[in-house]
Design a protein around this ligand. Structure first.
Ligand code: SF4
Ligand code: SF4
Length: 171
């Protein structure tokens, strides 16, 4: 997720263009996901992890921040406590100021872009950001199969995920 200071050697990118392309590819990606769910390859995780490395060797999150600008991470209690401590406020105050419960009973941000995102695309609370931010876009985790539908949706948010699915689909 944005704010990752690993920002050397990468190309700048037109996020809007990348997202437009991902929109055009959504149907094909959806088919690939359906096919893969029906007959998952044994090395699905390894395939994802290889493409994840490749995508993030080319994409600089600081050129993008589209996840922080358009979606909210889920805040678990532990995330709320950590961030409140970092900000020097009470957890209840953090909730009052910035969060609400969504339909699934999870705390999420009241607004997008995230109030902790700077104009320079750096996360101002990087060390204390929620776990969901640390793990986004989840393409390097174990057991990708159950989150293929989420990954498909994330092609419309994250240019890296769009690239990953494109590569997997075309290989
Ligand atoms: S806390 Fe906000 S700005 Fe920081 S990584 Fe998470 S969504 Fe992005
Ligand atoms: S949307 Fe993807 S590429 Fe863009 S900042 Fe978030 S994780 Fe990085």
């Amino acid at each position: 997720m944005a704010g990752d200071p690993r920002s050397d050697r990468r190309l700048s990118m037109d996020v809007a263009k990348e997202m437009e392309r991902a929109g055009h590819e959504y149907k094909a990606n959806k088919k690939w996901v359906a096919r893969t769910k029906a007959r998952p390859p044994r090395d699905l995780d390894e395939q994802f992890h290889g493409e994840h490395e490749e995508a993030f060797s080319r994409i600089d999150c600081l050129d993008c921040a589209n996840c922080c600008k358009t979606t909210s991470p889920i805040f678990r209690d532990i995330d709320i406590d950590r961030l409140a401590r970092h900000l020097g406020i009470r957890p209840a105050e953090l909730v009052d100021r910035h969060l609400h419960m969504d339909n699934e009973g999870d705390y999420v941000l009241n607004q997008a872009p995230c109030p902790f995102l700077g104009d320079d695309n750096y996360c101002s609370v990087y060390e204390a950001r929620p776990r969901a931010c640390r793990e986004y876009p989840h393409t390097d985790r174990k057991n990708m199969l159950p989150i293929l539908p989420l990954t498909l949706r994330n092609t419309l948010v994250c240019p890296a995920v769009a690239r990953i699915l494109r590569s997997l689909r075309e290989n």
